[in-house]
Design a protein around this ligand. Structure first.
Ligand code: EPZ
Length: 417
């Protein structure tokens, strides 16, 4: 079981290029089965969640191969509509394969999905949306059986702007008769990215990025070659790392507009942030001040996927901060590990009160989920002495060789067995 062995106290200094967004690529891979023509997705990160998704596509009969950092999918021979349990239970994104398999084969079987252990993560909004499209849905234990023979477009209202449910309904609606309208849709940049690729494949989708998305069903979708958006959460993680280590990091191939909720909080408080249209320069302060409140909410609010990393920054900032996690029920598992390092944090339900301390101290810590694990790595970068972060497999799901990326910026991070 891999671990990261980190010597703290070094400032990050250098430049890094941000690769394509995990949560965009996973949705695009799901979309690739909508056509029997070739789909090429460029600049894909070689991370475990992407590998899991390609295994699902292969289990359906798709031919999938990597050409450098491009994934080439040919699903002309795809003839299965059932997602194998062993893969479906690995990742959350397996559930929105339901929509794309239904759109292609008119029937589909999935299992209750896996993913980070950060809350209950029900799929009721996915199921309700598909039923609204007149898809017959039967849940038997962990299995979900769908029959979309009589599916047709409909106006659907989501009780919550769920990213996955929005993507599932978009994918399912691409080739069914009639018009589908999703009200209270998620507005994340990854949804806009999915709309862009679907439209390049011949779909008729509009409104992504707003709370109303419209999909006109079309008969057939064709192949496409596509470059996804870059990963705002990876970029945000680097920005916070630069601020925590009081360093200087220049990020290329990023999208500053996707990160306003983070940069508007940090700029002038914990670091200076200078943005151009596709790059961000971060210069850390010797004495970063605490951010009074960090409250996660759906995009364009503060992203829940940066909560853990931002909380880690608060543990070594001057003052006291209140962090509120509104999206997931149990996304504070990194707090106990940070406390082992000397952080002063009190958690009550969805609230964490963080009092900054002069220093953290290296020790053995255990990551419980992807972004919480990343937060522990950031804490290790600034802690006195050595920190060993265990269960790195969680981190490898969403960061491509994080240890090498940080080492190239001057950190002392090694992957050990
Ligand atoms: C996506 O998960 C992302 N994953 C998550 O990123 C991200 O944290 C989340 O969106 C929110 O931005 C992928 O895109 C693969 P949701 P998803 O449906 O779709 C509740 C990471 O670290 N809900 O928007 O599962 C749910 O429990 C991961 O990269 C229902 O109640 O998120 C949660 O409280 C972690 N019923 C809230 O909505 C449903 O049917 C938001 O979930 C679906 C969701």
């Amino acid at each position: 079981m891999d671990k990261f062995y980190i010597k703290g106290g070094l400032k990050l200094d250098g430049e890094a290029e941000v690769y394509s967004a995990k949560n965009a690529v996973l949705a695009l891979l799901a979309a690739s089965i909508l056509t029997d023509e070739q789909v090429v997705i460029h600049k894909c990160p070689k991370i475990n969640d992407v590998y899991s998704m390609t295994k699902i596509l292969q289990s359906l009969g798709c031919v999938v191969e990597w050409q450098n950092d491009s994934i080439v999918i040919n699903s002309s021979q795809a003839d299965k509509h059932e997602i194998p349990q062993k893969y479906g239970q690995e990742i959350r994104s397996s559930i929105f394969m339901l929509g794309s398999i239904l759109a292609r084969f008119k029937k589909a079987k999935a299992v209750f999905p896996g993913g980070c252990d950060i809350g209950l993560r029900p799929i009721d909004l996915h199921i309700k949306g598909l039923k609204e499209l007149n898809v017959e849905v039967k849940e038997q234990g962990a299995n979900v059986f769908c029959n979309g023979e009589n599916a047709r477009g409909k106006k659907i209202h989501l009780d919550f702007p769920s990213v996955g449910a929005t993507e599932n309904i978009m994918l399912a609606s691409t080739t069914i008769k009639g018009k589908t309208t999703i009200c209270n849709a998620a507005k994340e940049p990854e949804i806009v990215c999915l709309q862009d690729m679907l439209n390049k494949m011949g779909a008729k989708v509009s409104g992504a990025g707003t709370s109303i998305i419209e999909i006109e069903g079309v008969k057939k979708l064709h192949g496409v070659e596509f470059v996804p958006i870059s990963d705002r959460i990876v970029a945000g993680t680097y920005i916070i790392a630069a601020a925590m280590t009081k360093g200087r990091v220049y990020l290329k191939n990023c999208r500053p507009n996707d990160l306003c909720a983070l940069t508007s909080k940090l700029n002038g408080v914990a670091c200076d942030i200078l943005s151009s249209n596709d790059s961000i320069l971060v210069k850390g302060y010797e004495k970063p001040q605490s951010i009074m409140t960090i409250e996660t909410s759906p995009y364009p609010g503060f992203p829940t996927d940066l909560q853990a990393q931002a909380l880690a920054l608060q543990t070594v900032s001057q003052g006291t901060s209140v962090v509120v996690e509104n999206i997931f029920e149990t996304r504070f598992k990194h707090v106990g590990e940070l406390a082992k390092m000397g952080a002063q944090i009190v958690v009550k339900d969805r609230y964490a009160i963080v009092r900054g301390v002069p220093a953290l101290y290296g020790c053995d810590v255990y990551s419980h989920d992807l972004r919480g694990g990343a937060a522990l790595v950031l804490a290790g970068l600034v802690a006195q002495g050595y920190t060993t972060v265990h269960n790195v497999r969680h981190i490898d799901r969403g960061y491509f060789k994080l240890e090498e990326a940080l080492a190239s910026l001057g950190a002392n991070v090694k992957r050990i067995q």
